[in-house]
Design a protein around this ligand. Structure first.
Ligand code: FE2
Ligand code: FE2
Length: 343
């Protein structure tokens, strides 16, 4: 499998029985579903091109702008599956239960991009030409799993699956379309089971090699980036998703990192060596810092939203006053007589 230096634990070998057990549990829990049943095909019509249909126009969908951007981010993230499969198979190995899991996981993930692209295309939610251009550029760049070890890898995918679940779910809740919400809730349910599988491996890994796991988890948490970070325009889209409350630092702290750290009992863990203790304490400090940054960001976003609301009110008042003045002015002019008229 992966091989280990004499006297050292081969994590992949040690974890394999838990991979096999987790896989059985996953297969028993995973409910089959069919993407075609979640797409409102009746809302679709031909596009321009060979079928000579109607070209895409920005006003053809009522979805909020931030939701459309979130859907594009989520879809392009899912689209990069060939690279994820390659990287995860390389990091986790394809032997035994690990290989069975990696292929099963890949098959499940593959549904997500099919379903999301069909939904976006049928509902004309985004420009399909721009979407395809972005997909090409994104996949041509590929994706490298930046995690140096299997422990880092399982810590990363646990955080990432939960983050992706939250992002899909919140996008669905914000979209205002029952079909979109249903589809995104279904995809989020898959991501949740993936997270449960990986979180269980983390639980066993921290028992097996507590110091090494604490170090890996802390390094991953402190450097975490969403897998789609390399896509065109990611920073701006992520910022607008944050403002819309779809995924921001508050979500990342409250709904992703903190629950995982609590369930894995990382901050209360004793019996560690010096390296494990340093990592545990650093994780605690990182979470405190993240919480403080999330609070500052939420306050800044609330102030921005209040300012924007005030600006809108001021503009509406000014327009109303201007309109009223325009209605009074002719009456004044008429009363004053023609001599007061401007040339
Ligand atoms: Fe997915
Ligand atoms: Fe997933």
């Amino acid at each position: 499998m992966t091989g280990a230096a004499p006297g050292r634990v081969d994590i992949a070998v040690e974890l394999e029985p838990y991979v096999a057990r987790g896989l059985d549990r996953h297969l028993a829990a995973a409910r089959p579903w069919f993407p075609h049943q979640y797409v409102p095909w009746g809302a679709g019509r031909d596009y321009d091109g060979p079928l000579d249909g109607e070209p895409w126009q920005p006003g053809q969908s009522a979805l909020p702008q931030a939701v459309r951007e979130a859907l594009v981010v989520n879809l392009l993230t899912e689209d990069n599956l060939p690279s994820y499969h390659h990287e995860i198979a390389r990091r986790f190995t394809q032997d035994g239960a690990w290989g069975t899991w990696v292929h099963r996981w890949t098959a499940e993930e593959d549904r997500h991009s099919h379903a999301l692209r069909s939904y976006l295309t049928v509902t004309r939610a985004v420009d399909p030409v721009a979407l395809e251009d972005a997909r090409m550029r994104h996949l041509e760049r590929g994706y490298r799993l930046e995690q140096p070890s299997l422990l880092h890898g399982i810590a990363y995918v646990t955080i990432q699956e939960l983050a992706t679940r939250i992002s899909h779910r919140n996008t669905g809740l914000a979209c205002g379309d029952p079909a979109g919400e249903r589809l995104l809730a279904r995809i989020a349910a898959d991501e949740n089971l993936h997270m449960v599988f990986y979180r269980d491996l983390c639980r066993h890994a921290v028992e097996l090699v507590p110091d090494a796991f604490l170090q890996a988890f802390t390094e991953v948490a402190r450097t975490f980036r969403m897998p789609g970070h390399g896509m065109p325009g990611f920073t701006g889209k992520a910022a607008r998703m944050a403002v819309a409350g779809i995924y921001d630092l508050r979500c990342h702290h409250d709904q992703v990192l903190q629950p995982l750290v609590r369930v894995l009992d990382l901050l209360e863990r004793g019996g560690l060596g010096p390296a494990g203790e340093r990592a545990r304490d650093a994780l605690g400090r990182y979470l405190e810092d993240l919480n403080a940054r999330a609070t500052r960001m939420s306050a800044a976003q609330a102030a921005q939203a209040a300012q924007a609301a005030q600006d809108t009110q001021d503009t509406q008042r000014a327009q109303a006053a201007h309109a009223a003045q325009g209605a009074v002015q002719p009456a004044v002019r008429a009363a004053a007589g023609p001599a007061t008229e401007l040339p």
